[in-house]
Design a protein around this ligand. Structure first.
Ligand code: GLY
Ligand code: MN
Ligand code: MN
Length: 497
């Protein structure tokens, strides 16, 4: 089924249709020994797959909370979905972003002012806030494969929601964002934490965040879907680039094909033509096409039930020198993806990347000297100033990337590489990004002037490539015992049919 015809809305959580329909069809085992719907790429079956995988996911989430509560000596976890953030002096709100801890329990991303209450050994309680409001679309009635697993209590006011919380507040921990959260103060609760004193205790968060590095089968299924959703957007964006569209139009083509509004994207799309690709988080969307159109970098994601894809592709408009560089980065990226496996220290992969980049710079005529000398002088970090990748999941930069254990010990970033977001040893079923790049960033190149490293750079070659901005290639990769599953390339291959 082509991406354009997928009914993503049947999977997503828009107001008024917050949940998936109930499963209808059976599953078959896939090549990975995992379950997929029989017609793997017919996403109308996806709810079936998710419905079958969900119970075991929920069991994992429950067990993780049991352990966290045990460590904290608490009896109940109260997970707050969050509150809409009002704009200063206005009666409008910033887009609602649900607490990731809440969305981990059920496919609910648009349910503000609600709670999951977990008590070990008991059915989890969902305090489901369905306000009586004729100004806004309110959440519809709970429906879908997940509802049978909750004791759902529908309430219409925040006060009624709070009244459903466990009476023994001193035995609760609250997980969620509290404080300056709009109308919550009107409950008369001075702490704005619903009478719960233990708010986001480190013991609990460390335990949950460390565990969240490993994805359940259900989460992996959501992420495969998100990758497929994003890949459809990327194909449409590439076609728009080929047609000479400006950044704004490319972005709209992306959102149209991915069936996402801007606010539903897991992060602001980076749609960068020419030198704009040198701004790592470029989020302007120029309304006019540059002349000439040289290059295109797009870093754009998608989400399914909050589980994100985070994909970057770079395209050329035919310049042979830039084409050759693109080919080299592609080879480097695939090489590094090929080294992903359980037991690998991600810091080593990051350094491998810099070693390969040093050789690449020499081969491409951008730098001279030995690869070691380029690493030592910091030249590779000028061309690649961000980390190799990060954990991915219910947040695009998922939590726990620097954790050494579930007690709060951390693994620091290596000296000179402060932006490396993942320093852990990889374990099976982690999902992470592999996103090497090479950029021509004036500000960083300038730092080499007047240093011994200045002579290591071929400035003429650099100047020729500056107008192309940069290149990044980013895949989402699941760690296997002896290799990896590439969610991104699988998704593109699926679409190519
Ligand atoms: N899109 C943000 C990142 O790649 O980390
Ligand atoms: Mn990324
Ligand atoms: Mn990205």
């Amino acid at each position: 089924m082509p991406a354009m015809t997928v009914d993503w809305n049947s999977l997503s959580t828009r107001p008024g249709r917050l949940f998936d329909p109930a499963p209808r069809l059976p599953l078959v085992a896939s090549a990975h020994g995992r379950y997929h719907s029989p017609m793997r790429f017919d996403y109308s079956d996806s709810n079936v797959e998710l419905g079958l995988l969900y119970p075991s996911h929920l069991e994992t989430v429950r067990t993780r909370h049991d352990e966290a509560l045990d460590k904290a000596g608490a009896a109940h976890a109260v997970v707050f979905s969050g509150a809409p953030h009002p704009v200063f002096l206005d009666d409008t709100h910033y887009p609602f972003r649900c607490n990731a801890h809440f969305s981990a329990w059920a496919p609910l991303t648009r349910l503000p002012l609600s709670f999951v209450v977990h008590t070990p050994g008991e059915k989890p309680v969902l305090i489901y806030h369905q306000p009586k409001d004729y100004w806004h679309v309110v959440p519809g009635d709970p429906e879908g494969y997940w509802t049978a697993y909750f004791d759902i209590r529908i309430v219409h006011t925040l006060e009624d929601a709070v009244a459903e919380l466990p009476e023994a507040r001193n035995k609760c921990v609250l997980i969620g964002e509290v404080g300056e959260i709009g109308e919550i103060g009107e409950t008369g609760d001075p702490a704005h934490a619903f009478g719960i004193e233990r708010v986001n205790p480190a013991t609990v968060l460390n335990s949950l965040h460390y565990a969240r590095g490993v994805k359940t089968e259900y989460e992996l299924a959501c992420m495969r879907l998100a990758s497929r959703r994003a890949a459809g957007g990327h194909l449409a964006a590439a076609a728009a680039f080929r047609n000479g569209a400006p950044e704004f139009e490319i972005h709209r083509a992306y959102c149209g094909a991915a069936d996402h509004t801007d606010n539903e994207l897991p992060y602001d799309n980076i749609v960068a033509l020419n030198e704009h690709a040198a701004v790592l988080h470029y989020t302007n969307l120029d309304r006019k096409s540059p002349v000439p159109m040289r290059s295109f970098l797009i870093d754009a994601g998608a989400q399914v039930h909050a589980y994100a894809a985070d994909i970057t592709r770079s395209y050329s408009n035919g310049d042979p020198e830039y084409d050759a560089l693109l080919g080299r980065v592609e080879t480097l990226q695939r090489t590094i993806v090929g080294r992903v496996a359980a037991g690998v220290d991600f810091r080593d992969l990051h350094f491998d990347t810099h070693r390969l980049l040093a050789a690449l710079l020499i081969d491409a005529g951008l730098a001279r000297g030995s690869a070691d000398s380029l690493l030592e002088s910091g030249v590779t970090s000028v061309f690649l100033p961000h980390g190799l990748g990060h954990l991915l999941g219910i947040q695009v930069h998922d939590v726990g990337g620097h954790m050494a254990d579930d007690n709060g010990a951390t693994i620091e970033t290596p000296a000179g590489h402060p932006y490396l977001r993942l320093t852990r040893v990889l374990v099976e079923d982690m999902v992470l990004t592999i996103e090497p790049g090479i950029y021509f960033i004036d500000m960083l190149l300038e730092t080499l002037r007047g240093t011994p490293a200045e002579k290591q750079v071929d400035w003429k070659a650099v100047d020729r490539l500056r107008p192309f901005g940069g290149i990044r290639i980013e895949d989402n990769v699941r760690v296997l015992a002896d290799g990896s599953e590439n969610l991104t390339r699988d998704a593109f291959a699926d679409l190519a049919g």
